[in-house]
Design a protein around this ligand. Structure first.
Ligand SMILES: NC(=O)c1ccc[n+]([C@@H]2O[C@H](COP(=O)([O-])OP(=O)(O)OC[C@H]3O[C@@H](n4cnc5c(N)ncnc54)[C@H](O)[C@@H]3O)[C@@H](O)[C@H]2O)c1
Length: 346
């Protein structure tokens, strides 16, 4: 297989914890080329003596041994400028979520990527969560009758001062992956109603679509002490409940890293009702396929992107609507959402 050579703009904690191990496990398909960071010591630490360290953004922009640049800068306000420079230079870009803090900036990035004819996507890695797939499967198999509501809950917004859009955007992405009909209305309440999306916040939002089910996303505060004492560090990842005309079904994600055997391991997942047939091939076949596997197929073989830039942009628009609804304390129409493809790849 032809390896896809990836370089990084921003080389901090998440690059070391997630991207490097994910890519090193896929050495047949990916080759890490190098790292650029405004603080060079971070690039040096990520390169760990094995990969190239770029001494400037210009060097990264011009590097002809890089096929794709992954932008993982923080704070999130830096996403726009770094990504725009790379797209301007004709680079394929993977951007970390959240795409930006404004749908207008997202639109400008999408337009630039189109103008330059390059590949552009956003790393919504939790689109590959086993529980999201299980939830979709429960709905598809009709186990609850007609699904009328899906609740996606995370108890972990508070402990780390993680801001609303940064964290909830994962749940929004999952909500919009479950219900592909047009979003119609949003009613939300967040704890800090007048704060911008970039501030810490928890709360809940009801998303109403043209077709059922509606989806509730909620971020619940969990005290710092409890979060640290938790023996399952990922317990905070999302809990799903599907409520239908016949039954309701709950799925808890105690580890969001997908692997086939995890689904059948009751210490990793629990299902609180009679279990649907999760051995169906269409389900099992996508179980251990992580975000990078989908990306490689798009890059090397022209397969559709798992997360189109329009979908990632709609997540940000939805976060804006949540903020607006909360500030106004009333439901708002879901204006200015972009049309997306009907089918979600997972
Ligand atoms: N997909 C996920 O589940 C997930 C999880 C964690 C973090 N993230 C995202 O990953 C990104 C990085 O998060 P992190 O926790 O590694 O942050 P971090 O602070 O550890 O690292 C960010 C790095 O970016 C560098 N940087 C800032 N501005 C830059 C610029 N203009 N050019 C080059 N480098 C720049 C910083 O020096 C720092 O080394 C964020 O966008 C965050 O939202 C995603």
């Amino acid at each position: 297989m032809k390896p896809c050579r990836i370089s990084f703009c921003g080389a901090g904690k998440w690059v070391r914890a997630f991207h490097i191990p994910m890519l090193e496990q896929r050495a047949d398909r990916f080759a890490i080329r190098g790292f650029y960071d405004v603080f060079q010591e971070n690039a040096v630490a990520s390169a760990a003596g094995k990969y190239h360290v770029f001494s400037s953004m210009e060097e990264l922009l011009q590097d002809d041994e890089t096929d794709v640049v992954l932008v993982a800068t923080k704070p999130v306000d830096t996403h726009y400028e770094a990504t725009m420079r790379l797209l301007e230079a004709g680079r394929n870009v993977i951007l970390e979520k959240p795409m930006t803090y404004s749908s207008e900036q997202c639109d400008a990035l999408i337009a630039k990527a189109k103008e330059k004819g390059v590949l552009f996507t956003v790393n919504h890695n939790l689109r590959c969560s086993v529980c999201l797939k299980a939830t979709k499967e429960v709905i598809r198999q009709g186990h609850v009758g007609e699904a009328v509501n899906v609740e996606i809950t995370s108890p972990r917004s508070w402990y780390d001062q993680i801001d609303f859009s940064n964290y909830a955007v994962h749940m929004i992405d999952q909500a919009l992956a479950i219900n592909r009909s047009p979003l119609k209305e949003v009613m939300a309440c967040t704890a800090h109603r007048n704060d911008p999306m970039s501030s810490c916040g928890y709360g809940a939002a009801l998303l109403v679509f043209e077709k059922l089910p509606s989806i509730t996303v909620s971020l619940l505060p969990l005290p710092m002490k409890q979060a640290i004492a938790d023996e399952h560090p990922y317990r905070g990842y999302f809990r799903f409940r599907v409520t239908g005309t016949k039954d309701s079904f709950a799925i808890a994600d105690l580890s969001h890293i997908p692997a086939a055997e995890q689904l059948l391991c009751r210490s990793s997942y629990y299902f609180d009702n009679a279990e649907p047939d999760f051995t169906r091939p269409e389900f099992v076949q996508s179980l251990d396929k992580a975000w990078y596997d989908f990306f490689y197929e798009s890059w090397a073989g022209g397969a559709p992107l798992l997360v189109s830039p329009e979908e990632a942009r709609n997540n940000i628009r939805c976060a804006e609507l949540i903020t607006e609804s909360s500030r106004l304390n009333r439901a708002v129409d879901a204006t200015n959402m972009l049309p997306i493809r009907k089918e979600c790849l997972i």
